[in-house]
Ligand binder design. Structure first.
Ligand SMILES: [Zn+2]
Length: 184
């Protein structure tokens, strides 16, 4: 399969020919139809970002390894299921939840895991023809009438906006000011 990868930070992505993974166990191979481009992809490409005190926080200090295939807003169709993957069938349209950790979280907050495996950051992501998803439980079914282009950003932009509203603990009839709505 072809994948557009960050081989060296701050240099153009390289389209590489990689072996297409064969899913095992509960893994699922998804054929990518849409992959969103997020501002975080630029941080990944630049090798880090500026912290609150102006210091440069390097991605490699946080466990990122290059080359890596970016893209964490992924939607596509099921290609192949591992022998223990269930509940999905070939060609079914899905959105991928990329904020994954070890897969053992008891409180359902895998996005906060100490051992992150986020797709498109720590593991290869959606700037490719196929993406290997570590478990079927990270897939969300999309109806046939929902297109993958508009669905892909839901796994990052939409979750960010949702998280902001949820964490603000707003109640009915509260007034709010939304600053910097931007793409979110
Ligand atoms: Zn993002």
């Amino acid at each position: 399969m072809k994948a557009a990868r960050i081989v060296k930070v701050n240099e153009p992505l390289e389209v590489e020919q990689l072996e297409t993974s064969r899913p095992k166990g509960s893994q699922v191979l998804v054929k990518v139809q849409s992959s969103g481009v997020c501002h975080s992809d630029i941080h990944l490409w630049e090798g880090g970002y500026q912290g609150l005190e102006g210091q440069f926080l390097k991605t490699t200090d946080r466990g990122v390894r290059y080359p890596v295939t970016p893209g964490h807003e992924i939607a596509g169709v099921i290609d192949t299921l591992g022998e223990q993957a269930e509940g999905f069938s070939k060609n079914e349209k899905v959105l991928v939840f990329p904020w994954i950790g070890e897969g053992l979280c008891r409180i359902g907050e895998e996005n906060l895991c100490d051992k992150p495996r986020s797709l498109g950051i720590y593991n290869d992501g959606g700037y490719a023809e196929y993406v290997l998803v570590p478990s079927y439980k990270y897939l969300i079914k999309l109806g046939d009438d929902i297109d993958t282009d508009t669905s892909a950003p839901r796994s990052c932009s939409a979750l960010t906006a949702y998280g902001a509203v949820k964490n603000s603990s707003l109640g009915p009839n509260d007034n709010v000011v939304i600053v910097g709505a931007g793409g979110l």
